[in-house]
Design a protein around this ligand. Structure first.
Ligand SMILES: Cc1cc2nc3c(=O)[nH]c(=O)nc-3n(C[C@H](O)[C@H](O)[C@H](O)COP(=O)(O)OP(=O)(O)OC[C@H]3O[C@@H](n4cnc5c(N)ncnc54)[C@H](O)[C@@H]3O)c2cc1C
Length: 412
């Protein structure tokens, strides 16, 4: 069964250019309605959603997104609906799917999503399979449970153990992170946002005029601030003297890409759903099909903490060996020439749920993210939620699981 939906980009497709009289719609010296600190997955989406509502937006990033120093690089991100982590994410991902489609259209029918189907593979009693089924059942999502032998027959790329089962959901697939961030930023600018690249935010002060944001150069004034600094969030907020530091841990992740050693057709997106595997020892790893740049594989939660400013981007032989072992056991024909490796960062909370909440001592500041290694698929809806919170003060979604107060010791 072919699941891939990858619409070609029409020759005419392009994001409309901003009229020339709007080249600098809001000089940096003007007070803005909202400043967004960080223009990666979350911040670029928030900038787009806020700017299209007519807000005077300034977006600030210490680098020039999309870039490969944070959490949003590596050319693909998985999106899945039967969410094993918790059913509460299902309505969010359903809205995210709709918004990804809208973004494709707003960007001139550029394809940002490729439907491959998704397989969650492990023992039936494990958290991955049972959690996926719990979400699928709670939200009446179409799915199939497939025994190991049938799994291998239908998807010969995979060699599951006899005691494993797979839960197949048809709607899952791949998002393209760098083009998405680029499109969000282009569209935000089209709607009048001022975007400052290679400008680092060092802190802010609350004044009678609003929040004064300190950068290396100019001071920017805004009524509200959205902090979407990904792996730098803890550092940025700690510098700003929260009553207690947020309990955030940056985790170094390694990604590998391989050329299949045989049967490259097994690894085409039409024949290889995105997959997550849970092993008996609790290890989770994921695979993505060959999009022309090799089969992608990574371990979910490497366990190696990092400082976002001093990340060791050298990948060791021991890290390679872990991946070779997983390929040999579970995806054997993918174990050909290693094409590429990369290091990327997760920003984890203790319960792996997000943070979407006001700063405990500065309600004009909204903290968006950190997403504990599973946030990209939600970037579209989190940007919309940020826009709702900034412009109306509320959201249609129950955001209480993402409240800062759950960490304790930090009351509003
Ligand atoms: C290897 C890997 C695989 C993943 N796979 C998936 C997946 O399959 N599906 C999924 O849904 N999610 C996945 N994730 C998680 C997802 O990619 C992240 O949750 C998401 O990209 C985080 O986006 P962000 O905007 O919070 O951070 P980023 O995109 O890193 O953006 C933060 C931005 O803030 C800027 N910044 C920081 N500090 C400052 C400052 N002081 N001043 C100005 N700018 C600043 C940075 O330059 C950066 O551009 C994966 C993550 C990794 C690392």
């Amino acid at each position: 069964m072919a699941y891939v939906t990858f619409r070609p980009r029409p020759a005419s497709a392009r994001i409309p250019q901003r009229p020339s009289f709007l080249t600098h719609p809001h000089p940096v010296s003007t007070p803005f309605d909202v400043a967004i600190v960080g223009l990666g997955a979350m911040g670029s989406s928030a900038a787009y959603h806020l700017a299209r509502r007519g807000q005077r937006v300034v977006g600030i990033d210490r680098f020039s997104p999309p870039h490969a120093l944070g959490s949003s690089h590596g050319r693909s991100r998985m999106i899945r609906e039967a969410y094993y982590e918790h059913p509460l994410y299902v309505p969010l991902v359903q809205r995210a799917f709709a918004l990804w489609g809208e973004l494709e259209r707003a960007a001139g029918d550029r394809p940002f999503f490729m439907r491959t189907g998704g397989l969650m593979i492990g023992e039936a009693s494990g958290a991955l399979v049972s959690g996926t089924l719990a979400s699928a059942t709670a939200h009446h999502l179409q799915h199939e449970v497939i025994e190991a032998r049938d799994l291998h027959r239908r998807y010969p790329a995979f060699a599951p153990l006899d005691e494993m089962v797979g839960v197949l959901e048809h709607r899952a697939g791949i998002l393209l992170p760098e083009p998405i961030i680029q499109a969000h930023l282009e569209l935000a600018e089209h709607h009048g946002a001022t975007l400052l690249r290679d400008v680092q935010v060092h802190g802010w002060d609350r004044t009678a005029d609003g929040i004064e944001i300190r950068t290396g150069g100019e001071t920017i004034v805004a009524r509200q601030v959205v902090v979407a600094a990904g792996p730098w969030t803890g550092q940025l907020l700690a510098d700003l003297a929260l009553p207690l530091p947020l309990p955030l841990a940056v985790e170094r992740q390694v990604i590998h890409w391989f050329d299949p050693v045989r049967f490259p057709e097994y690894f085409e997106p039409q024949r290889m759903p995105v997959s997550i595997w849970e092993l008996e020892n609790g290890t989770l790893f994921y695979t993505k099909p060959d999009l022309g740049d090799g089969v992608k594989i990574g371990i979910h939660h490497s366990g190696l903490t990092a400082n976002a400013d001093a990340v060791d981007r050298t990948i060791s032989e021991a890290e390679d060996a872990l991946i070779y072992d997983l390929l040999r056991r579970f995806v054997p024909f993918a174990k050909g020439h290693m094409r590429e490796r990369a290091v990327c960062l997760y920003t984890n909370t203790p319960d792996a749920h997000f943070i979407v909440d006001r700063h405990p001592s500065a309600p004009e500041v909204l903290v968006l993210s950190p997403c504990s290694g599973h946030g990209f698929k939600f970037a579209s809806v989190l940007g919309e939620i940020a826009a709702d919170l900034v412009t109306t003060g509320s959201s249609a979604f129950d955001l209480s699981p993402f409240a800062i107060a759950r960490f304790g010791g930090m009351s509003e």
